[in-house]
Design a protein around this ligand. Sequence first.
Ligand SMILES: Cc1ncc(COP(=O)(O)O)c(CNc2cccc(C(=O)O)c2)c1O
Length: 460
Amino acid sequence: MDDTKTMQASDHAHYLHPFTDHKALGERGVRVMVRGEGIYLWDSEGKKILDGMSGLWCVNLGYGRHSISKAVFEQMETLPFYNSFFNTTNVPAVKLAEKLARIAPPGFEHVFFTGSGSEANDTNVRMVRRYWDLKGQPQRHTIISRFNAYHGSTMAGASLGGMEGMHAQGGLPIPGIVHIRQPNYLEAGRGMSEDEFGIEAASWLEEKILDVGPEKVAAFIGEPIQGAGGVVIPPSTYWPEIQRICDKYGILIIADEVITGFGRTGQMFASELFGIKPDLITFAKGVTSGYIPLGGVLVGERVAEVLIGQGGEFAHGFTYSGHPVACAAALESIRILEEEKIVQRVREDTGPYLAQRFATLSDHPLVGYANSCGFVAGLNLVRRKGPTIHGHEYFDPKLEVGMVCRGYMFNNGMIMRAVGDRMIIAPPLIMTRGQIDEMVALIRRCLDDTYADLKQRGWM
Ligand SMILES: Cc1ncc(COP(=O)(O)O)c(CNc2cccc(C(=O)O)c2)c1O
């Protein structure tokens, strides 16, 4: 393998990275990841790094799962590709569709496969509009989402998302997609209990429905927990109230479980945890533990029976829909999840343990708020702590303190994601209690280094 400098130069010369300022990356020099084993990564300099983000929320089973590689290799050798158009299917696709129907929440017997989460959400837009056409209500066209949501980077996925920086590039959102405020208690719950805020935040949906006109609304889409938006865990009262409002107006619910699906919250799907009865469930990432790109939509019976019963041809799909090798990887990933009882372990043992250990970081002078759900957690860096979580003093966002902290993470051999000044983790679900202790100690050390640095700069 070329040395790091050679790789960095070649990378800069040829490779445009996603969500990256290419020039700035060239000045910094890219980090070359070369190997993974369990919860650890190694870069081209031989540095060992604890992967607190499971790659990108997806390597739920950790690295080095040779049985997945073996399943992929064997499928590659047998049938590396065939399409699912023109009345054809393939064995792994059939087997995976059957498996997903079995492990999905009740009422989901059908799946539509895609190559990514973005494509799955594009599928949702076309599917819900097709559903309402077939129901004789074609004017039900509008989909309601949330600001600061993330639903992908295709035209529809980025439009469903609520990231204003993405909308500013490319004239988004596309017509028929509108947004309401997110259920972020820290940001908007001052003066209310969490339960009261959950009801208040859900009421913003009913306001928007009445503003648009109930007869024009097709669906509401939401992540049970907003991930890329900074791990926004809604109050427990939020989703049941969302469900009540959608039921009241007959609006379809899309639960985007690209991050929360396949065990991350201690349930196979977080919809079960939050009391959501969705009509469609988006999945990707953890379905193959990130080893091979695969996404899709679990289609609930309310939509399936119309799409199948009345629909004729649903004119939508992708070359790699039902890709045999990706489906083989998913089948083995789900088999491991079940055989090692990983979801149950997250629910009953390591998830509660992570919550308890992560919460101890709240005593750090830099940490104003730390919360978690299963194996996803976040903490807010504050300049000065107030008497309550709504009384903290924050840093000027222009200082990018989160990125300062993230820099110390890498130096100390740990990966956390910085969303503004909120530091988040979504580690592999296979972590042991001992590894959770190791990770929390590493995070504490990074907070100490960041604190000393900010003091030295005079920012605290
Ligand atoms: C909830 C959700 N829905 C859809 C997507 C899109 O999936 P694809 O990327 O496979 O098209 C995602 C993806 N989530 C995602 C993707 C890229 C970066 C980050 C980040 O946290 O920086 C998060 C996601 O988190």
